[in-house]
Design a protein around this ligand. Structure first.
Ligand code: SAM
Length: 326
């Protein structure tokens, strides 16, 4: 692994590169938690709910035998989900060296936590900036992919137009015609609504806060500059770094330029209400334990965690063109 993303404390690096480095350092420094630490997390039920949402997306859109590209794969928290979906090949890419190392450890199953049967698919891991590098130059032997996933990470590409475009260009270049792009990211509509409702430029609750800079004192998104709208995001026991607003209607339009058509977009609350009705997903929720016995009554997820989940949305895009004939 290691595509030589090439970041370092060099002078003359642009602001967005420094921001990307800050994000990478933040995630790199987050060490793997023990099971006990995880269970004691103040957002344990939110983490379980997020895992349920990612599992539902994977079960709905992955098919046995699929080749998977996991952009911003992190520590490989979704490897087991892909295994359950019986995929045949997995490529994970992330900018954070520490996360890629943890992902490799998890794939090799050589920690106490992961003493389980080996994964049934071969995997390749790459450490680079997915929103700057041309990934097709590294992955031409692995492409095309049937499905691409980018979970809780696409908003890190929205710091500049060039990075947002490179993210979509990578997905489009590597997916086969008819291939699927699934993901989760912050819901800009909710974030801007919360900002307008708040007294100042900060809002949050006991588990998170979001803070905008003085340049957003008017609480309006600059129509002329839809990229680079930065805020600071803090989520207890999870995230503490800069993020960027992704206005969804612009994301949809930009994606179309790269032959990626919108199939689905749902805020997490809507997603939970809809898919929790389905028996197979109710059962999965029961096993994960995010919402107690599977009823959407928040019996274990706290109100503050449930509010955080409202800040996110799930999306599905499809690459134009007919799938190859079988
Ligand atoms: N997708 C994983 C999951 O759902 O568990 C990890 C999500 S974590 C919230 C965000 C991830 O995005 C981190 O692993 C971080 O290193 C990665 N990331 C952020 N910017 C990136 C970039 N420019 N290129 C590749 N990965 C990036």
């Amino acid at each position: 692994y290691g595509a030589g993303g090439g970041y370092g404390a060099q002078q003359g690096y642009s602001e967005e590169r420094n921001s990307a480095r800050r994000v990478a350092d933040h995630y790199s420094a987050r060490s793997n938690q023990t099971l006990e630490e995880r269970e004691n997390s103040p957002i344990i039920h939110l983490k379980k709910l997020n895992n349920w949402i990612k599992s539902v997306l994977i079960q709905l859109y992955a098919r046995p035998g699929d080749c998977v590209l996991d952009l911003a794969c992190g520590k490989g928290g979704d490897l087991i989900k892909w295994d359950k979906a019986k995929v045949s090949y997995y490529v994970g890419v992330d900018i954070a060296e520490g996360s890629i190392k943890d992902c490799m450890t998890r794939y090799n199953g050589d920690t106490d936590q992961q003493r389980r049967k080996k994964f049934s698919f071969p995997a390749r891991l790459l450490c680079t900036d997915c929103y700057e590098a041309r990934l097709d130059e590294y992955l031409y032997e692995d492409a095309p992919f049937d499905i691409c996933s980018c979970q809780f990470a696409l908003h890190y590409s929205w710091s500049t137009e060039a990075r947002a475009r490179q993210a979509l260009a990578n997905v489009s270049a590597l997916l086969r015609p008819g291939g699927t792009f699934i993901g989760t990211m912050p819901d800009a509509n909710v974030i801007i609504k919360r900002l307008r409702e708040s007294e100042g430029l900060e809002f949050g609750n006991s588990v998170y806060w979001i803070s905008f800079g003085e340049e957003y004192a008017e609480k309006k998104l600059p129509a002329s500059r839809p990229f680079g709208i930065k805020y600071k995001f803090h989520l207890e026991d999870a995230v503490d770094c800069p993020e960027w607003v992704v206005p969804f209607h612009l994301f949809k339009l930009l994606a179309e330029e790269y032959d990626l058509e919108l199939v689905l977009m749902k805020n997490f609350h809507e997603f939970v209400h809809e898919y929790l009705q389905k028996p197979e997903f109710t059962e999965l929720m029961r096993r994960l334990g995010a919402l107690g016995d599977g009823r959407q009554d928040q019996s274990t997820l706290s109100q503050d965690e449930w509010e955080v989940s409202y800040l996110y949305l799930a999306f599905v895009l499809r690459k134009r063109g007919p799938p190859p004939s079988q």
